[in-house]
Design a protein around this ligand. Structure first.
Ligand SMILES: [Zn+2]
Length: 477
C-alpha cells in the first residue's frame, strides 16, 4: 500500500467566524475558498478547549482535556501515558517533523514528543534556554531575570540565548516568521521523506495578540490609519481598568482579519510548494481555538467557552480528491482529526474518524472543557491589583448539541444556554436557574462517558503548583 504524506497545519487563535470561507464579510481567506473546492470543509468544527495547551494535547493524543488533563493539573504532554500522534505515526513507518511558532507547543511542555525533528520558530538558534516568549506574553519577566536564567545554563547556553532573545523581540514586529516556518517544514520533508511517508505538523501563531499584520494585508481589510493608538492589552480590559470602545474593537477586529489574510497568503505559497513535490498528501488545516475581540466583554482566549473561542475552521484535503468540494455540517472535534490521520496512515487508536470519506458517524453532541483559568486568577490579581477578575475565577464546560442548543456549565453557578440557530452570537442566555435544563444531565453523562469524573473537583486557581512554576520559569506569566 502506498501511503500518503500527512501535513497538519494549526492556525493558532483563528476563529471560524472571521474566515470568508465561513461567510465573514471581509476577504480574509480567498485561498482557503479555492482550496475548499478540492477539500472537505467542516462547518461545525469545535475545539476541545479555548486555549493552546489542552487543545493541542487533544490533537496529539485523541483524548479530551477532561481525560488528558494537560493544561489543567498537568503542565506537560509528557504526563500522558498514551502514545502521541507523532509516536503512533512513527511506529507506523512515517518520518516525522514538527515546526511550531508557539512556545507553549514546544519542548518545555513536552509537545516535541515523538517528532524526529522539531523546529522552535521563536528561536534563531535551536538551542539555549527557552526564554523567547515575547510574542505570547502580556508582559514577561525583566530582561535581567531572563539573562540570569540564560547564564545558569552555562556559557554555551548563554551564547545561544542572547541572539534568541533579541530575535524574539524583533519578531514581534518582524513578522516574516510564517513563511520561514512553512519553508522549514518543507525542508524537513525533503530531507526525511524520500522512500518513506512523511508526517509534518506546523503551528502558525500570527493571529495571536498583539495584532500587527503587514501593511499589504491591512489595506485589504480596511484597517484605518491610527490603529497603533488602540490598546492591545487583554488583562487590564478584562479586569475593568482599561476601558475600550466598540470603535476600538472594530479596529482590532480588522487587524485580526489582516493577520488571517496574511496567513492565507502564506498558505497559498506553502500548498503550491507542498504539491510541487508531486507526492500524494493529506492536508488538514484547522485551529486550536478562536479569539474574543470585545465579544462577551473579553479579549484574548480565556475565561469563556463561547463559539468565538471554540468554533474553529477545519478543512481536509484528501490525497485522492475524495469528497472534494463538499461541506459537512456534522459536529466534529480535534480528537476526530487525530483518529483520521491515523486511519490515513493505515493505523488506528480507539477514536472515531471524521465524517465524510473516512466514514465517521454523526454525533448528537460535542463537549469542550476549561479546566482552569490561565493565567491563574491569583496571578492576575497580583499584577493588576485594581482589576476585578471575579468573573474569571471559575472552570467551565460546554455542550453543543447537533440541534444547535448549547449549554455552558460554570463552576460558580452562572450557567448559560443558547440557541445557536437564532442567536449565533450567544447574546441572550435562555438558562433559567429555577427550571434548570435537561442538557445538564446530558453534559454530565458525556463527561462520565469520556472519563471526566475527576474534573468535578478541579481547582479554579492554585498557588505555587507545578504549572505555575513551569510557566514562570520561562517568563510566560
Ligand atoms: Zn493557541
Amino acid at each position: 500500500m502506498n501511503r500518503p504524506d500527512i501535513v497538519l497545519v494549526v492556525l493558532d487563535t483563528v476563529r471560524a467566524q472571521s474566515l470568508s470561507l465561513y461567510g465573514h464579510d471581509r476577504p480574509t481567506t480567498p485561498f482557503l475558498e479555492q482550496l475548499a473546492g478540492r477539500s472537505v470543509v467542516y462547518d461545525r468544527a469545535y475545539a476541545p478547549s479555548c486555549w493552546t495547551v489542552p487543545s493541542h494535547a487533544t490533537l496529539f493524543t485523541g483524548l479530551e482535556p477532561r481525560t488528558h488533563r494537560v493544561g489543567g493539573e498537568q503542565a506537560s504532554l509528557e504526563s500522558v501515558a498514551q502514545p502521541t500522534l507523532a509516536e503512533r505515526l512513527s511506529d507506523a513507518g512515517y518520518r516525522t517533523a514538527g515546526v511550531s511558532s508557539n512556545p507553549w507547543i514546544g519542548p518545555a511542555f513536552g509537545f516535541e514528543r515523538g517528532f524526529e525533528r522539531f523546529t522552535c520558530g521563536w528561536k534563531l538558534i535551536q538551542s539555549g534556554v527557552d526564554v523567547a516568549s515575547e510574542s505570547i506574553t502580556q508582559g514577561g519577566q525583566p530582561v535581567s531575570e531572563k539573562l540570569r536564567m540564560a547564564l545558569r545554563g552555562g556559557p554555551r547556553t548563554a551564547l545561544a540565548t542572547a541572539p534568541n532573545y533579541a530575535f524574539a523581540r524583533w519578531r514581534r514586529t518582524g513578522r516574516f516568521a510564517p513563511a520561514r516556518l512553512a519553508a522549514a517544514l518543507l525542508k524537513h520533508r525533503q530531507e526525511l521523506g524520500s522512500g518513506q511517508p512523511f508526517f509534518g505538523f506546523l503551528n502558525l501563531l500570527d493571529a495571536h495578540l498583539p495584532y500587527v499584520a503587514p501593511r499589504s494585508t491591512k489595506g485589504l481589510v480596511g484597517v484605518p490609519d491610527g490603529w497603533q493608538k488602540v490598546p492591545q492589552k487583554a488583562w487590564p480590559y478584562v479586569g475593568g481598568t482599561q476601558p475600550m470602545s466598540e470603535e476600538d474593537f472594530e479596529v482590532l477586529r480588522r487587524l485580526y482579519d489582516a493577520e488571517i489574510r496574511y496567513l492565507d497568503n502564506v498558505l497559498r505559497k506553502f500548498v503550491e510548494r507542498l504539491d510541487g513535490a508531486g507526492r500524494p498528501t493529506m492536508l488538514v488545516i484547522t485551529s486550536d481555538h478562536g479569539e474574543n475581540i470585545g465579544e462577551h466583554r473579553l479579549m484574548d482566549h480565556q475565561f469563556s467557552l463561547h463559539d468565538t473561542l471554540i468554533r474553529v475552521p477545519m478543512l481536509v484535503r484528501h490525497p485522492d480528491g475524495d469528497g472534494a468540494g463538499t461541506r459537512l455540517d456534522e459536529l466534529v472535534g480535534l480528537g476526530d482529526v487525530h483518529e483520521s490521520l491515523l486511519r490515513m496512515a493505515g493505523t488506528s487508536a480507539s477514536g472515531e474518524p471524521l465524517p465524510g470519506p473516512l466514514g465517521g458517524g454523526r454525533r448528537t453532541a460535542i463537549v469542550s472543557d476549561y479546566l482552569r483559568p490561565q493565567p491563574p486568577v491569583s496571578r492576575l490579581r497580583e499584577r493588576f491589583p485594581d482589576g476585578d477578575f471575579t468573573r474569571c475565577d471559575r472552570t467551565l464546560r460546554a455542550l453543543v448539541r447537533d440541534d444547535g442548543t448549547k449549554l455552558i456549565w460554570a463552576s460558580d453557578g452562572a450557567h448559560e444556554q443558547y440557541d445557536l440557530h437564532s442567536d449565533p452570537g450567544e447574546l441572550r442566555s435562555l438558562y433559567d436557574p429555577a427550571a434548570g435544563t435537561p442538557l445538564m444531565g446530558e453534559l454530565e453523562a458525556a463527561f462520565r462517558e469520556s472519563g471526566g469524573e475527576a474534573a468535578a473537583a478541579a481547582p479554579s486557581s492554585t498557588e505555587d503548583d507545578e504549572v505555575r512554576a513551569a510557566l514562570e520559569s520561562l517568563g510566560y506569566l
